[in-house]
Design a protein around this ligand. Structure first.
Ligand SMILES: NC(=O)c1ccc[n+]([C@@H]2O[C@H](COP(=O)([O-])OP(=O)(O)OC[C@H]3O[C@@H](n4cnc5c(N)ncnc54)[C@H](OP(=O)(O)O)[C@@H]3O)[C@@H](O)[C@H]2O)c1
Length: 338
């Protein structure tokens, strides 16, 4: 009998599928409620790989029924929809892990500027905890609402924060060159994510407008206690899953590669999901279908270059959400994830 009962809301999307897959192998948590706006089909018809593995019906979003079935809710919804669902779930005494961006950005005015929508839940925004376990474990353990980090921000913050915090690099002049597989855009179809548009096509997008930029900036500023100025350039790459970020940083005077490597080693000592690569470079294939973030640091032409690879669906979404659940319920952080 698994003692942590999990409800998933937005059950028909990609992050839901990934959460289901991982929870099927979890030693202490199991799925007890699947909510969607559509209930016509069993989940195993929507996701054929679940045939014979999940027999739960898809049910409507009904807070009383969720409260009976579960202790914790994974919200796998788009932003705005998420903040409409959070207040009744918290009021019912449930704990919530929100995979959308609605509870990541602390300043509602910045949220509104980037997401073009007013934030409607100031009360819970104020107490939500940013769920990046490498830096916020004590707060996550106490949290009732976790804002699960975005996929690009997870990689970017892990790659930059230790060096900024130790004042080894300038807080300005940061360039994040990032690429993501197409599952990062979710399952809902759109013309720009149609197969002929994406196949064999490596293309930048969202320069100066991508909504993950303020999330990265906010978290780096919180962690380093100084204003940060950065340029974030995302690309779509024709792969199903995976994120690779190459980050260019200006070292402060006299800083060496050894200093940077030591700062990374100290920051991630005992952190089970960060692997520092010394003898080869991170690549998306080496982290695919895992909750690992692989990081390497190099020094070239007066720049520190940090390379980070994660799986956007795992460390960038469902895996990190399960890591947060593990911490919130006093389990080993790695339970079900190795
Ligand atoms: N994909 C990634 O790599 C990734 C990584 C990190 C974070 N995220 C975030 O995680 C969240 C879910 O992403 P996803 O990739 O799973 O998206 P998705 O595949 O598009 O699924 C989202 C699900 O939400 C439901 N939904 C859509 N609009 C809704 C509305 N207005 N009200 C209620 N339900 C609605 C839909 O389910 P029904 O139609 O069945 O109700 C849909 O299947 C998003 O906020 C996304 O930004 C995604």
């Amino acid at each position: 009998m698994k003692n942590i009962r999990v409800a998933i809301v937005g059950a028909t999307g990609y992050t839901s599928l990934e959460t289901i897959r991982w929870l099927l192998k979890h030693p202490a948590a199991g799925i007890t409620y699947l909510a969607s706006r559509k209930q016509e089909q069993p989940i195993s018809e929507l996701f054929p790989e679940l045939l014979g593995r999940v027999s739960l019906p898809i049910a409507p979003f009904d807070v009383a029924a969720i409260k009976k079935a579960a202790e914790v809710v994974f919200l796998c919804l788009p932003h705005v929809a998420a903040m409409e669902h959070v207040p009744p779930l918290l009021d019912a005494g449930l704990r919530v892990i929100d995979l959308s961006a609605d509870y990541r950005i602390k300043d509602a005015a910045i949220y509104e500027k980037w997401y073009k929508h007013a934030h409607s839940d100031a009360k819970n925004l104020a107490t939500a905890v940013y769920g990046l376990p490498e830096f916020f474990t004590p707060a996550i353990r106490q949290a009732r609402l976790v804002g699960n980090p975005g996929c690009y921000p997870t990689a970017g913050i892990l790659g930059i924060a230790p060096l900024l915090r130790e004042e080894l690099v300038e807080p300005t002049d940061i360039i994040i060159n990032a690429a993501s597989g197409i599952s990062g855009a979710g399952r809902t179809p759109s013309p720009q994510h149609h197969f002929p548009e994406r196949n064999e096509n490596f293309e930048p997008y969202g320069i100066g407008t991508h909504r993950h930029a303020p999330e990265i900036q906010q978290t780096l500023e919180t962690l380093s206690g100084q204003p940060v100025d950065m340029l974030f350039v995302p690309h779509l790459i024709p792969m199903d899953r995976g994120i690779l970020e190459t980050i260019y940083l200006k070292p402060r005077k006299g800083v060496t590669l050894d200093d940077a490597t030591q700062a990374m080693e100290q920051a991630y000592n005992g952190k089970p999901f960060v692997r520092l690569r010394r003898h080869n470079l991170p690549g998306t294939k080496y982290v695919a279908n895992t909750n690992f973030a692989d990081i390497a640091v190099k020094f070239s032409n007066g720049r520190l270059v940090v390379i980070v690879a994660i799986d956007n669906m795992v460390k960038g979404a469902a895996g990190q959400a399960i890591e947060n659940m593990n911490l919130m319920f006093g389990l080993d952080e790695t339970a079900g994830l190795l």
